[in-house]
Design a protein around this ligand. Structure first.
Ligand code: SF4
Length: 1457
């Protein structure tokens, strides 16, 4: 709900910030400051009923960090009002707040809407950056900012328009954020934040050992947040013609007037539009591309940031990267960047016209419009003169950071330290600069001495005033502190104005008053400087111990250094050399890789009280490939140099060491792991000592010192080792991978190459530019095949570039090898056989045609081989190493994928190295082998596949997280447990709960460092995750719906007993996750039932109560069908050999329904199950996981053989099965009364995903319901195997209350079509690693489309089971649905028809590889015919067989016929 109010932007934001904060920080004179101060004085409270303080920070750089830090330590909600031009000074604060995972909102006023340069400076800190453009938007986005900050515990910077029009009062629609859901949600988040959060302790530990890296949030749900305030604000806003061909893209607070001018232009018939960026960080490529009209031909990024000193504006790079991401479907438009100087009257139609005209005619991507571009150092006409000023951007930053006191001794007024046209050699300049600084340092020391003398003398006489004496005294005390010396110096100077003539020394001091301020002294050196480290300027600077900073530039492009030289080595040694000196600050930076890191390093170097050496990469480009501009080549050079580890980004700050903190911070992701090894060693040693007090006690002080020295030596040698390895022979391994196989193989090749002494770089093919191939010595491609012989998504651009490559791509110096991966049976038709491994084959042929030298013959990995694709890979690898001349190297290569049984056997009963992996902070993943073992603990490692490519492009590892599945036999939990589940989802996971098709909960998005704590929280709620995945008996299904209370209790007991009976005996789970120590025992640990290798594959069990087959009993390895006589269970029919999983194109794999083995009594049930398991344990196929399920054991040997084998082990024979009948495998929704009089309500949960979404607060409602049940001390919650939920055991007296609650929260499901009520979808994308297509995120919208067909046919109430999975693994059992979809590729599914409505018949493939249009076109006529031709009660699945649409599938083995 919104109300109309008259406000200006400042007033609107003052209200919001004050209402939603504990502390408001103001930094300048403004109405906001006045308002907040007044409210604080009046004692006005915030919306959380607390008093709000208002703090005024005068000196942002000196005071802000401390103020924010102390407030965050007390978990305060902080709002900071600041000018956008001061944002650069918040960088250290932003990093700290991100590290602390704390909410902070910064409302930054953009007074001059023509310059947003400072915004770009903070874009890499990881903070969320939003921009608003009017009073209305200022209010709306201001609220969004607070909501996001609290929700994601992250700083949010909101840039708002503070120009004259926005400061005018006007009528806007304000959201009612002071009550209702918005406030309630905020309060919940705030409460969570303020409670002691153990994760902050983990973060503190991390901070003490490693540097903090910016943690950009990759997926921010703006839509959800903005909807909650009632005014919808999107991430991007497009205005203009729907079919515009010319689009302008702009960030900042000026685009409104730009939009107006464009709108006027459009009225004249021009096809133009404007895209305004509201959410700048995180940048959403999807949202951006979605906002661009498909008609666009040219996009011009309008850049008003006058201080830009880079070749390309950051916004332009974001736009360009979006189009190169592979997510854009059409023909990419021409991209231009217009650096505009807006005329005084703002954007006019004429001005916009001139931008568009220049964009059309410019022969360079960057052009200037308006007044001449502002000159920055080395920038002329907006384009950097790279020939002369590689250091230009670095110097510009120095000037910006230290505006009053930057002193660059050896920069000539001409332009460059390199001197133009043969000017003096740089090292000479550096020497000169150093000498000059030394003189000035000494002079300032003398000056300080004079001040000291005056102070001493003034003690005994009154020659100077008391005020001057005080200021001089303070200055002397703080003379090495830049801010304080400036402050006291200024005060002293103004007093000296009056007093200097009184005293000769005072006169001298006044004359030299320039020395009061502490300069930031810099010397700049070039390539030559570093070749002779020990005798160069570097040595002088370091050994002087003076507070002088040196900036050493490396200008040689990485690509020109294929054969590393001794000189290269020396150059990189500078860092180590300076670090070894012990007392110097050292940093290695690259402006084109991380601007923020450069700023940080400069600030730290300046603050460090001794010498500093900053190594800066600034490749000098003299020649570029065709069509590649110099600036672009420079960007690419830097990226490769940093990503490859040739130029690692790091900072070494000895003052941190003195303060007991880790002095070394590695800022390059790609090489982080290698360097962090040395920190690990250090930490490990410390750990050993702390865990062995008896050892520690005997270590004397001297011994400790020795130990420390030894560690330091080790540290240095590790680092040296790393640097040496960077000089090894390079090998580029590129992969094209959709499902992850090619990537895994490429990484394994990379890790083996490293052990063989090579310097490998492994990346997605599209992350590497084809134009740069000629500078690579050896390139290996590992390529999967997608669809009909197409290249995978992350290799498509590579293939396109190679296809269009001409003679100027000179590959004669490049040698290549291609490993083609595929599945020879994926396309079963003989005519399609040539698609097998087609991409790799095509690539191999193309590279040869282009003249590249061949390293090896084409390698082929075929999924159908005995060891899958590894059969081919293993045969090919030795040929590759031989070709590279490293086959003789003696390496201890990790065996390539040991068999799963070997992993299990050597895992020490499922321990592996999981515990060690959990404390390894250098990666968000577990070791590969541990990921197989963690499944036995209910944990699957996954990564966000939506962001995989983007992160790869940014040189980051995938966004790893874990799926954690509970073990809840029978799916029954208490209301208290539900509340715990809800809290765990919010605290540790992605805020949603997935009810799975195996009647349990599943969490997604838990990161490694929250894994253990989340499992401990589950343990506290009396739940565990043991055996929820892995080659063991999985969560046991049991009929959840009403029957009779007695029967329900009996089957639930069997489910729980069977689950308990089959639990692994190992103590590993308790040790790893619950910190329980192994109880000392003389007996060796054992697994009496499973043995060390557990089962060949997963094993599933379900218990059904006819006539309801709601657990799909026949889809399980083992099933019990309850036989009820006179209301009591007299026994069970036992079924064996069901299972859904199969592999596309591999007919040897198929889904199968269980066979009925015979009858047993309730007392015999567990023994029967145990014998079934042991037969499978002993006879299951352990050589091929695709053939390892019980269904294949039975089909290979025959059901009779199997029955006999079980009977032999039982010692008795099965009586015949008893009659039973199933009528449906769905749930029955709504209220039902059970036999004991209590009530149960079954509720529809779409695909089992419990979440809060705009317009549907299902998760909150269920939590409130659970709380109500706890209060009433009644009820239980049951999960169904169809992903729904039953609220059961409701006493009749409570039913009206619960019914009222259900109605209030809209939890009834009558409005859904019967098809939707019978639908089911697995998780699939983005988290499931096996998913080939969407499932849970897509099925609901497909059903909406099918619903309209059903409505038109009058079939809305006719139940049809419809199920979808993202891959043939079949988690949602689509193979027994009447309509089933199995994902094959993005947007493409195999369509199956004819499954039985009661889960007793498999379906048959109807159409292969179809997309939505074909699905709808296929189903509409069938549904129409069914509505006309069906006999009474005939289900759709039965009709399609009777009508001959598909053949009936009578057994798993004829599923593919
Ligand atoms: S069916 Fe496939 S895609 Fe879906 S969750 Fe299971 S494994 Fe993942």
């Amino acid at each position: 709900m919104t109300v109309s109010q008259t406000l200006n932007v400042e007033t609107a934001l003052a209200y919001i910030g004050f209402d939603l904060s504990d502390n408001v920080i103001v930094t300048g004179d403004s109405n906001i400051r006045d308002l907040c101060s007044e409210w604080t004085t009046q004692g006005t409270q915030n919306l959380f009923n607390s008093a709000v303080s208002t703090t005024f920070v005068r000196n942002i750089r000196a005071e802000l960090h401390g103020v924010v830090h102390s407030l965050i330590a007390s978990k305060s909600l902080i709002t900071l009002y600041i000018s956008a031009s001061d944002l650069i000074n918040t960088i250290p604060t932003l990093y700290t707040v991100i590290g602390d995972r704390a909410p902070l909102v910064i409302h930054a006023a953009v007074a001059d809407p023509t310059d947003v340069g400072d915004v770009f400076a903070i874009r890499q800190t990881g903070a969320i950056l939003l921009a608003s453009n009017s009073v209305q938007e200022g209010h709306d986005i201001g609220l969004v900012a607070h909501s996001l900050a609290v929700k994601y515990k992250i700083p949010v910077v909101h840039l708002y328009d503070a120009s004259a029009p926005a400061l005018k009062f006007q009528k806007i629609q304000t959201a009612d954020y002071k009550s209702g859901d918005f406030l309630a949600n905020l309060k919940t988040e705030v409460d969570g934040y303020k409670k002691n959060d153990p994760i902050s302790q983990v973060v503190d530990q991390l901070k003490s050992t490693l540097f903090l890296k910016p943690t950009a949030q990759s997926s921010i749900d703006y839509a959800q947040v903005s909807q909650s305030i009632g005014n919808q604000v999107g991430t991007f806003e497009y205005t203009g013609e729907g079919d515009a061909s010319q689009i302008l893209v702009a960030l900042g607070t000026n685009p409104v007037s730009l939009a107006d001018a464009v709108a006027k232009l459009a009225q004249t018939g021009q096809k133009v539009g404007v895209l305004r960026v509201r959410a700048y960080r995180p940048w959403s490529e999807e949202d951006f591309l979605a906002a661009v009209p498909s008609s666009v031909e040219t996009i011009t990024v309008v850049d008003t940031a006058h201080s830009l000193s880079t070749a390309w504006g950051p916004l332009f790079l974001d736009v360009a990267a979006s189009f190169h991401s592979g997510k854009y479907q059409g023909k990419p438009p021409v991209l231009r960047e217009g650096r505009v100087h807006i005329p005084a009257q703002g954007y006019t139609v004429e001005f916009v016209k001139s931008i568009i005209a220049q964009a059309a005619n410019a022969d360079q991507a960057v052009f200037n419009v308006g007044s001449p571009a502002v000159h920055t150092n080395g920038v002329h006409n907006g384009v950097i003169d790279f020939e002369s000023t590689n250091e230009g951007p670095y110097i510009k930053i120095l000037e910006q950071l230290f505006p009053d006191r930057a002193s660059v001794a050896n920069i000539s007024s001409e332009s460059s330290v390199y001197g133009k046209h043969g000017a003096a050699a740089p090292e000479a300049n550096a020497e000169f600069g150093f000498g000059m600084h030394l003189v000035l340092v000494q002079n300032r020391a003398r000056f300080a001495n004079s001040v000291s003398e005056v102070l001493k003398a003034s003690k005994s006489d009154d020659s100077i005033s008391e005020e001057l004496r005080k200021e001089l005294g303070s200055w002397f005390q703080y003379r090495d502190d830049a801010e304080k010396s400036l402050k006291h110096g200024k005060a002293a100077i103004s007093l000296l104005e009056k007093e200097h003539h009184q005293h000769a020394t005072l006169e001298a001091i006044y004359e030299d008053r320039a020395f009061f301020s502490k300069p930031s002294r810099w010397v700049i050196g070039g390539d030559q400087l570093s070749y002779d480290v020990g005798n160069s300027g570097v040595h002088h600077v370091i050994s002087s111990k003076e507070d002088i900073n040196m900036l050493v530039l490396d200008t040689q492009p990485y690509s020109e250094k294929i054969a590393p030289t001794q000189q290269d080595r020396r150059k990189k040694d500078i860092g180590l050399y300076a670090m070894q000196y012990g007392s110097a600050y050292v940093a290695s930076v690259a402006i084109n890789s991380s601007y923020a890191q450069v700023v940080r390093a400069f600030m730290e170097a300046d603050a460090y009280p001794g010498p500093s050496v900053v190594l800066a990469y600034a490749p000098k480009i003299s020649k570029t490939g065709k069509g590649v501009s110099v600036p672009l080549a420079m960007l690419k050079e830097t990226k490769i140099a940093v990503d490859s580890g040739y130029w690692p980004l790091y900072r070494w700050n000895p003052s941190l060491d003195a303060a007991g903190q880790e002095p070394f911070a590695l800022d390059s992701e790609k090489v982080k792991r290698e360097i962090v090894e040395f920190l690990d060693r250090e930490n490990h040693l410390a750990y050993v000592l702390s865990s062995k007090p008896e050892v520690a006690a005997h270590i004397s002080a001297n011994a400790e010192k020795e130990l420390k020295t030894a560690i330091e030596n080790k540290v240095q040698s590790s680092y040296s080792q790393l640097l040496s390895s960077l000089n090894a022979q390079p090998l580029l391994v590129l992969y094209g991978s959709d499902g992850g196989n090619a990537e895994a193989v490429a990484k394994r090749l990379g890790s083996e190459a490293k052990q063989r002494g090579l310097r490998p770089r492994v990346m997605a093919a599209d992350s590497f530019s084809v134009e740069d191939l000629p500078s690579e010595q050896s390139v290996v491609y590992v390529v999967s095949t997608a669809g009909q012989g197409e290249f995978p998504g992350n290799a498509k651009e590579t293939w396109k570039a190679l296809q269009s490559a001409g003679a100027d791509l000179d590959l004669t110096k490049t040698r290549f090898a291609v490993l083609a991966l595929g599945d020879r049976n994926y396309w079963p038709l003989p005519g399609d056989k040539h698609y097998f491994a087609k991409s790799g084959k095509d690539l191999d042929h193309k590279l040869e045609t282009l003249g590249a030298g061949r390293l090896t013959p084409l390698g082929v990995g075929d999924d159908q081989d005995p060891d899958g694709l590894w059969t081919g890979v293993n045969a090919w690898r030795p040929i590759l190493w031989q070709a590279l001349g490293v086959d003789e190297v003696d390496v201890n290569v990790e065996p390539v994928l040991p068999s799963d049984d070997a992993i299990k056997e050597s895992s020490n009963y499922l321990r592996g190295t999981i515990a060690e992996g959990l404390v390894d902070t250098s990666t968000g993943a577990l070791a590969e082998l541990d990921t197989k073992l963690s499944k036995f603990h209910g944990i699957y490692q996954q990564d966000d596949r939506d962001t995989r490519e983007e992160r790869a492009r940014q040189g980051q590892e995938p966004a790893f997280s874990f799926m954690v599945r509970c073990r809840i036999p029978g799916g029954v939990v208490t209301p208290e447990q539900w509340i715990a589940v809800d809290q765990i989802a919010d605290k540790w996971a992605n805020g949603t709960i997935k009810i799975t098709t195996r009647q349990t909960f599943q969490y997604h998005g838990i990161i490694k460092r929250g894994l253990k704590a989340s499992i401990q929280d589950m343990n506290r709620a009396l739940m565990d995750t043991i055996a929820a995945c892995g080659d063991v008996n999985r969560n046991v299904l049991c009929n959840p719906n009403e029957h009779s209370s007695e029967v329900n209790a009996a089957v639930l007991k069997l489910a729980r007993d069977w689950s308990e009976h089959m639990l692994p005996h190992t103590n590993a789970y308790h040790e790893i996750w619950l910190d329980k120590k192994l109880v000392a025992t003389t007996q060796e640990e054992s697994e009496p039932l499973y043995g060390k290798t557990y089962l060949p594959r997963k094993f599933k069990c379900a218990i059904a109560v006819p006539p309801n087959n709601d657990v799909d009993v026949f889809a399980n390895d083992l099933g019990y069908i309850a036989i009820i006589e006179k209301g009591k269970i007299v026994g069970y029919n036992v079924t064996v050999g069901g299972g859904m999983g199969m592999t596309h194109g591999n007919k040897k794999t198929y889904p199968r329904l269980g066979d009925v083995l015979g009858f047993c009594t309730p007392e015999q049930a567990i023994d029967v199950g145990e014998k079934v398991v042991t037969v499978q344990r002993d006879y299951g196929d352990r050589t091929n996981r695709k053939h390892a399920r019980l269904k294949y054991t039975i089909d290979d040997r025959g059901i009779e053989w199997f029955r006999k084998e079980v009977e032999t082990r039982l010692g008795w024979t099965f009586p015949p099965a008893r009659p039973y009948k199933f009528v449906s495998n769905g749930d029955r929704f709504g209220w039902v009364q059970e036999s004991d009089g209590s009530w149960a309500f079954t509720m529809f949960i779409a695909n089992g995903r419990v979440r809060d979404a705009p317009g549907s607060e299902e998760k909150t409602a269920l939590k409130l319901l659970a709380e109500l049940l706890v209060k009433e001390k009644a009820g239980e919650i049951r999960l169904t195997a169809n992903q729904h939920l039953v609220v059961a055991r409701i006493p009749p007296s409570l039913k009206p209350t619960i019914e009222g609650f259900l109605q209030k929260h809209k939890l009834h499901s009558e409005h859904h079509s019967a098809m939707r009520l019978n639908s089911m979808a697995c998780v699939a994308l983005p988290t499931c690693g096996l998913a080939m297509a969407e499932s849970e995120r897509y099925l609901p919208s497909l059903i909406t489309k099918l619903d309209s067909i059903l409505d038109s046919l009058g079939l809305r109430s006719d139940a049809i089971s419809i199920r979808m999975t993202g891959c043939p693994n079949g988690c949602a059992r689509p193979q027994i649905a009447e309509i089933g979809f199995v994902g094959k590729a993005p947007g493409t599914y195999n369509l199956y028809l004819g499954g039985g409505f009661s889960g007793t018949r498999l379906s048959k493939m109807y159409k292969e590889s179809v997309g939505e249009p074909e699905i709808l076109a296929s189903l509409k006529p069938l549904l129409t015919r069914w509505s006309q031709e069906r006999v009474v009660g005939e289900h759709f699945g039965d009709w399609v067989i009777r009508a001959g649409i598909v053949k009936e599938t009578t057994a798993g083995m004829n599923f593919h016929d």
